[in-house]
Design a protein around this ligand. Structure first.
Ligand code: AMP
Length: 316
């Protein structure tokens, strides 16, 4: 059911009925009731009210177009008893001029309904002008884990991600932020930012990759694919499986594993590989010899979509 709050600007110091909807006071909490905050002051007061009542507040940042991967992040936090704020914001600063900002799928009403059904307490869906007001002139540049791979292919991407995530954390001051392992380099970048900017009183929880039955990692961009391209996209997860097999058979040389992975992607119909790389999951520095923190990361163009995937290689 779509929340009755979904099309309203809600919350604020004078909005007691909304506070009751959150279960913040008393008896009128709806099982699927979710508030939608569109301004920073509204989300601040909403989270402040929750925290003043000792709720554990978790933010799940998204760009909307929710799928079962996003829902798993929300549901796992809800199942731990946390109050979940889902942000829905297609962040313009993480898209380069030639990328898909204007065509990125937008389905806010459906997203709100899905987040509510997953048990979210609130949605934060600000406009770009709310997040980046006139004269905005600050950007967080991350070195280290932001370099190479996604950072090389998308040179302005991680500054946009780092800036918006830091802003979301400062706006909402949650107890926990949940990110998906699907975007492994983003996890490393955000972890670095949280440490370096002293946001490390907020816990970072990383949720495993949620996959379709055939192994393809769920992604909002999968909807760009034709049915043939969707079949071709299986090459990425198949390549990860192939590399894990090599490791299971005793291979430990990173170059040989990466070369073999790249060859497999290259041999796959309709797939134009960008990279296949073995990196340390924390620093995103390339590794020569694999250990338990080694990730194989792959990126490839499949039809109109640039897809990424990754896996740890040494698993007990
Ligand atoms: P996005 O809306 O694509 O920016 O994703 C929002 C959050 O959901 C990010 O932390 C992603 O890593 C996470 N996410 C997206 N797809 C998946 C997936 N298939 N499995 C796990 N997490 C995901």
């Amino acid at each position: 059911m779509l929340s009755r709050w979904s099309d309203q600007r809600v919350i604020g110091q004078h909005c007691c009925p909304v506070l009751r909807r959150f279960g913040i006071s008393s008896t009128q909490q709806s099982a699927t009731g979710v508030a939608v905050a569109r301004s920073i002051s509204d989300i601040r007061s909403l989270v402040g009210d929750l925290r003043s009542r000792d709720a554990h507040v978790t933010i799940v940042p998204t760009m909307g177009a929710l799928h079962a991967g996003h829902i798993a992040l929300i549901e796992s936090s809800v199942s731990r008893g946390e109050r979940v704020v889902v942000s829905i914001f297609v962040n313009p600063t993480q898209f380069a001029a030639h990328e898909d900002l204007s065509s990125y799928p937008r389905q806010e009403a459906r997203d709100i309904e899905m987040a509510a059904e997953a048990g979210a307490t609130a949605i934060f869906a600000p406009s770009p002008d709310e997040v980046y007001p006139d004269g905005f002139a600050t950007s967080i540049q991350v070195h280290g884990p932001a370099q190479g791979f996604e950072g090389a292919s998308r040179p302005t991407h991680f500054a946009g991600v780092a800036t918006v995530v830091a802003k979301l954390l400062l706006m909402t001051r949650p107890d926990t932020i949940v990110l998906g392992q699907k975007d492994a380099q983003q996890v490393a970048v955000v972890r670095r930012v949280m440490t370096d900017l002293n946001l490390d009183d907020i816990s970072l929880v990383v949720h495993p990759i949620v996959r379709e039955d055939d192994g393809v990692a769920m992604s909002s961009r999968n909807r760009y694919l034709s049915s043939q391209e969707r079949l071709n996209a299986r090459a990425l997860s198949r390549t990860l499986g192939h590399a894990k097999d090599l490791v299971a058979r005793g291979e430990r040389d990173a170059t040989r594993i990466a070369d073999s992975a790249l060859a497999m992607l290259n041999a796959s119909d309709g797939v134009v590989p960008d990279y296949a790389a073995l990196v340390d999951a924390s620093t995103f520095a390339p590794v020569t010899h694999i250990d338990r923190n080694t990730l194989l990361c792959v990126a490839a163009q499949v039809g109109p979509a640039r897809l990424i995937d990754n896996s740890f290689l040494l698993i007990d």
